[in-house]
Design a protein around this ligand. Structure first.
Ligand code: CO8
Length: 261
C-alpha cells in the first residue's frame, strides 16, 4: 500500500479509512496534505473493491483546524492566483469522486477543515465537534467553498452570522441546523462512521453512484431539471441486472447479491 507523509490510509473490507495525520498542527491542511489526499482519493476511486470512504482526523482535538496558516502567511498574492490554490480540492475531492465518502468530524473543523467536511457526501460528528469559518479574523474569506456550501447547508441567516463573526458552532447546533447527519458520543464516532460506510458499501454500486449524483444535483439544478434527471437515472437503473436481482430477491424473500451491472 502507498505510504503517505501526512495522512494514514487503511482499507477495511470495502471501506477506505483516511486519517488526517498532523495532530501537532491540529491536522492543518497544508499543500502536502492536499497532495496526499489527491493520491488517496484517486486510489479509492480506481479500486473496484472499495465502495465508500471515511475521512477523519487523528488526535482528540481536531478534524482539521483549517488551511495551514503558517504556509499561507508566507505566500504572495500572485502565487495564490498562479497556483489557483484551492481549485484542486474541488476538482480532485469532489469533481473526480463518484463514490460516496463520509466526514467523521472529531473536535475542530474550522476554515478549510469545515470546508473539507462539507465536501463530503455527509458529516457524522462527535459531540465534541466544533464548526466554523473564522477566515474573516485573518483578513480573508473562505476560499474552498465555505461561503457557498455553508449557506446551502444551514441557510443564509446562520451562515452569514457565522462567516461575518467567525464564531464556532457546536455539534448540537450543527445537527439542529442541518449541517451534520448525526451526532454521536466522541468514543463512538469512528465505529459509527465505519458502520455507516459499510452499510452503504453493501448497497448496489450503480444505484449508490446514481443516488449520490442526484442528491448533489439538487444543490445546483432547478427543481424541474433535477426531477427530469432523477427520472432518467431511474430508467437507466431499471435496465440493470442489479434491479432484476434486487426485485427478485425481495419477491423470493432472500438477500440480494449485487453485481454492479
Ligand atoms: N494552520 C497552521 N497551524 C495551526 C492551525 C492552522 N490552521 N491551527 C492550529 N495550528 C497549530 C498552532 O499553531 C499550534 O502549533 P504550535 O504549537 O507549533 O504553535 C498547534 O496547532 C496547536 O494549536 P493551538 O495552540 O492554537 O491550540 P488551541 O487549543 O489553543 O486553539 C484553535 C485551537 C482555536 C483551533 C486554534 O488553533 C486556532 O484558532 N486555529 C486556527 C483556526 C483558523 O483560523 N482556521 C482557518 C484558517 S484559514 C482557512 O482555512 C481557509 C483558507 C482561505 C484563506 C484564503 C487565503 C487567500
Amino acid at each position: 500500500m502507498t505510504q503517505y507523509s501526512n495522512i494514514l490510509v487503511d482499507t477495511r473490507g470495502a471501506v477506505t479509512l483516511v486519517t488526517l495525520n498532523r495532530p501537532q498542527a491540529l491536522n492543518a491542511l497544508s499543500s502536502s496534505v492536499l497532495e496526499d489526499l489527491i493520491a488517496a482519493f484517486a486510489a479509492f476511486e480506481a479500486d473496484e473493491s472499495q465502495r465508500c470512504a471515511v475521512v477523519t482526523g487523528s488526535g482528540e482535538k481536531a478534524f482539521a483546524a483549517g488551511a495551514d496558516i503558517k504556509e499561507m502567511a508566507e505566500k504572495p498574492a500572485a502565487e495564490f492566483y498562479a497556483d489557483d490554490m484551492f481549485v484542486r480540492w474541488q476538482s480532485h475531492l469532489v469533481g473526480a469522486v463518484r463514490k460516496p465518502w463520509i466526514a467523521a468530524v472529531n473536535g475542530f473543523a474550522l476554515g478549510g477543515g469545515c470546508e473539507l467536511a462539507m465536501m463530503a457526501d455527509f458529516i457524522i460528528a462527535a459531540d465534541t465537534a466544533r464548526f466554523g469559518q473564522p477566515e474573516i479574523k485573518l483578513g480573508v474569506v473562505p476560499g474552498m467553498g465555505g461561503s457557498q456550501r455553508l449557506t446551502r447547508a444551514i441557510g443564509k441567516a446562520k451562515a452569514m452570522e457565522m462567516i461575518l463573526t467567525g464564531r464556532m458552532m457546536d455539534a448540537a447546533e450543527a445537527e439542529r441546523s442541518g449541517l451534520v447527519a448525526k451526532v454521536v458520543p466522541s468514543a463512538e464516532l469512528l465505529d459509527c462512521a465505519l458502520k455507516t460506510a459499510e452499510a452503504i458499501a453493501a448497497m448496489p454500486p450503480l444505484a449508490v453512484l446514481a443516488a449520490k449524483e442526484l442528491v448533489n444535483a439538487a444543490q445546483e439544478l432547478p427543481l424541474g431539471e433535477g426531477i427530469r434527471l432523477e427520472r432518467r437515472l431511474f430508467h437507466v437503473l431499471a435496465a440493470t441486472e442489479d434491479k432484476a436481482e434486487g426485485m427478485a430477491a425481495f419477491v423470493e424473500k432472500r438477500p440480494a447479491v449485487w453485481q454492479g451491472r
